[in-house]
Design a protein around this ligand. Structure first.
Ligand code: SD4
Length: 340
């Protein structure tokens, strides 16, 4: 597989595009991804590349976007061990690992779980909520009870590394989310990435999305971020497109951000312009706070065009389609550096 550095170098040589013209964003060249002739899947952060592969296997075989994003998210939940998704996630400040996930189909059906404990594959539990209940969101003990009733195994997901990191954190007990923490190496955790937000369009032109995370490490017990909140961390509408988010979820909830991105696309904005406007809203609402936290949006429209934008540089997103399976691109950003 092409490394990220190699890919970005190839991009530079190719004029900054996947064989397409590039356009300037605020702080970096960001390629325009052309309309897909067929299926395409995109997702957040470096580990989106292998997660996309899991989704692509479904799309390539003619499967639905919904099945594809579930498989992609499942891969992230167990296929890799990192500190922010699934079974290797870092716990809250009380040492309890809680998982949040959502899934949404282009026809508006959706399901989610929040503060789910001791159950692997929250995205699949979210899908069961969508398909097997009249509800959209189950939380905490009720979500766990439902998962067990659906045949999911109850098991401890907290790894010794996560416990060790928590013990270390307790020495200062400071809650200070770091910008792009997901891309920095943490001792004992060589693959420290972040929430997986994944969006797909299938061969029939249907869209779907999924978002899965263990949330912000060291959060207050009971804290729920944007990822399981439909409209905040994820929104999909076959008429327009889909959007997902990563970063400090409180900002996405305040701005109903993924819904906002989709509605901006409905008004005619490109995916990147829509993401950028949503980022601008975050800044306008909390100008000081936005200097020291990260928020990232990723969007795809119904034609398969893709765009992304972030508060601070460093957000990367993975794109996979019939032409290229391992593309990893830098988003533009409002601020020039990694923040205050
Ligand atoms: C949350 N948005 O729980 C998630 C976590 C995340 O970068 O994406 N962190 O707020």
């Amino acid at each position: 597989m092409t490394t990220r550095r190699e890919f970005l170098q190839q991009m530079a040589l190719a004029g900054g595009a996947l064989a397409l013209p590039g356009i300037a964003s605020a702080t970096s060249k960001q390629p325009v991804i052309a309309a897909a002739n067929g299926a395409r899947v995109v997702s957040t952060w470096d580990f989106g590349v292998p997660a996309n592969q899991a989704a692509w296997n479904v799309l390539r075989a003619g499967g639905t976007a919904l099945d594809a994003v579930e498989q992609g998210a499942r891969w992230a939940e167990t296929g890799l061990c990192n500190s922010t998704v699934g079974h290797c996630g870092y716990p809250d400040r009380d040492g309890v690992l809680t998982l949040d996930a959502s899934i949404m189909d282009g026809d508006g059906r959706c399901g989610a779980v929040a503060a789910l404990e001791d159950i692997d594959h929250p995205v699949s539990v979210a899908r069961r909520v969508m398909e097997q209940t009249p509800h959209v969101l189950l939380v905490g003990q009720g979500a766990q009870q439902f998962a067990v009733e659906q045949g999911f195994e109850k098991q401890s997901l907290l790894t010794p590394e996560a416990v060790q990191a928590w013990e270390e954190w307790k020495k200062t007990s400071r809650y200070q989310p770091q910008i792009n923490a997901e891309r920095r190496l943490i001792p004992g955790n060589s693959q420290n990435h972040d929430t997986l937000g994944m969006l797909a369009i299938d061969q029939r032109g249907n869209l779907a999305g999924a978002c899965t995370t263990s949330g912000m490490a060291w959060k207050l017990r009971g804290r729920v971020g944007d990822s399981p909140i439909v409209g905040a961390g994820l929104y999909v509408d076959n008429e327009v497109g889909a959007a997902t988010a990563s970063g400090v979820g409180e900002e996405m909830i305040r701005n109903a951000a993924s819904f906002l991105v989709v509605e901006l696309m409905r008004q005619g904005r490109s995916p990147m312009d829509a993401c950028r406007e949503a980022i601008d809203r975050v800044v306008r609402k909390r100008p000081e706070a936005s200097k020291s936290l990260q928020v990232c949006f990723l969007a795809i429209n119904r034609h398969g065009e893709v765009g992304a934008f972030a508060l601070h540089p460093g957000f990367v997103y993975a794109v996979c389609d019939a032409q290229r399976q391992d593309a990893l691109l830098d988003s533009g950003a409002v601020y020039p550096g990694e923040g205050a």
